[in-house]
Design a protein around this ligand. Structure first.
Ligand SMILES: [Fe+2]
Length: 385
């Protein structure tokens, strides 16, 4: 069976990549771009720095820095109006996954003049959005290379998933220097998110030979560097390898899909406002243990790629070592339990039925090597508590 691979036209990778954004805008035919970012990047001076880089290439720019974490449609509509009324011909996103997701939605609605719900699944975004240059400032979500965005409908807290080849950014600028100042917790959470992308893409029912290579290489880059990237923030080698690993993991899951961890993680995020990578981390050991019997050789390869097993290790041993490592990563990175995070136990258990339904409705669990029914999802939520 063949596998469709959708990638940005251009990837600029490595230290100093940010300095090329003006030239990239010119290459994409942009003369007047809207920079989308957030208040943190603005206060760090990074938005102004980017503006100067763009300006020096002779490209006009304006900024919109009012994006929010877990973006809602209401949060992005002012920027859509600004892009349309100002006759901008491109969008530049500078920030983490929420900023890049916001920018994708802005570039989509500025082009189509519709609403998010017109484009969310089961619809597929096939028409290209406005030219978008995505510049991640965290090593994690992979949003710079994915054809997916998640925007919340603020009317009912529903997370609307938009996906399709049209949503792929035109260019991704992957400069690990931008991650050097990320707070420790964000480095940890986004790093575990990236590791989860790689593992899930590798065991996904939609995996293929191309995405397998990206996923395995991502695990090789992320696993030995994740702890160091968190504990020694000035470690440029660890940051560089994490950044590339996160991007490769993004390529892998954008084209091979995520699976049960992400399916179950999104409802926890929506109901209890747990950061995305952290809710993945809370679920990853439990869901991996449940899934291993259906894909033991694949999970054993994950252990080998992550460096906790080698070619001489049996699959049986390797999957045990993988589980131990996933639990140890959570301990070392101080991932809280759900109770420690402050989720009310009664509220959580009252919500299990709805969360299980939402998890299954997202479609991601259908890609898992072992596909659960609703009762099994509820049991997994209970086990993860
Ligand atoms: Fe993710």
């Amino acid at each position: 069976m063949s596998q469709a691979i959708v990638l940005p036209k251009l990837l600029q990778v490595g230290q100093g990549a940010l300095d090329t954004v003006g030239e990239i805008a010119i290459q994409l035919g942009c003369r007047r771009v809207m920079i989308i970012s957030d208040p943190v990047m603005e206060s760090l001076g990074q938005v102004e720095r980017l503006r100067k880089i763009i300006d020096s290439a002779g490209v006009e720019s304006e900024t919109f820095t009012n994006t929010i974490p877990e973006p809602t449609e209401a949060s992005i509509l002012p920027a859509v109006t600004q892009v349309i009324d100002g006759h901008y011909d491109g969008v530049v996103a500078l920030g983490g996954g929420s900023v890049i997701d916001s920018a994708k939605a802005i570039a989509l609605l500025a082009k189509t003049r519709g609403r998010i719900r017109d484009h969310s699944v089961p619809n597929i975004v096939k028409m290209p959005i406005m030219p978008l240059i995505a510049i991640p400032t965290t090593a994690g979500t992979g949003s710079e290379v994915t054809k997916v965005t998640i925007i919340t409908d603020q009317a009912n807290d529903e997370k609307l998933l938009c996906m399709g080849p049209g949503l792929i950014p035109s260019a991704a600028v992957i400069d690990f220097e931008l991650t050097m100042t990320a707070p420790t917790r964000i480095t940890a959470d986004t790093g575990i998110d990236a590791l989860t992308h790689a593992i899930e893409a590798y065991v996904s029912g939609k995996a293929g030979l191309f995405t397998d290579q990206q996923a395995l290489m991502a695990m090789k880059l992320i696993a030995p560097n994740l702890r160091q990237a968190v504990s020694t923030p000035n470690n440029t080698k660890a940051k560089e390898q994490m950044m590339l690993g996160a991007t490769l993991a993004g390529v892998a899951f954008s084209n091979a899909s995520v699976a049960l961890v992400h399916g179950m993680s999104r409802p926890i995020g929506a109901h209890f406002h747990v950061p995305h990578g952290m809710s993945n981390a809370m679920l990853l050991p439990t869901v991996t243990e449940y899934s291993i019997p259906a894909a033991k050789p694949r999970y054993a390869e994950c252990a080998r790629a992550m460096g906790v097993a080698d070619a001489s290790t049996s699959d049986e041993q390797a999957v045990e070592l993988l589980l131990n490592e996933l639990k140890q990563i959570n301990r070392d990175l101080e991932v809280p339990t759900m109770a420690q995070f402050g989720i009310d136990q009664q509220a959580y258990f009252d919500c299990l039925e709805v969360m299980a339904e939402q998890a299954l409705a997202s479609g991601s669990p259908g890609n898992n090597p072992r596909v659960p029914d609703k009762n099994q999802v509820i049991a997994l939520y209970k086990a993860a508590w």
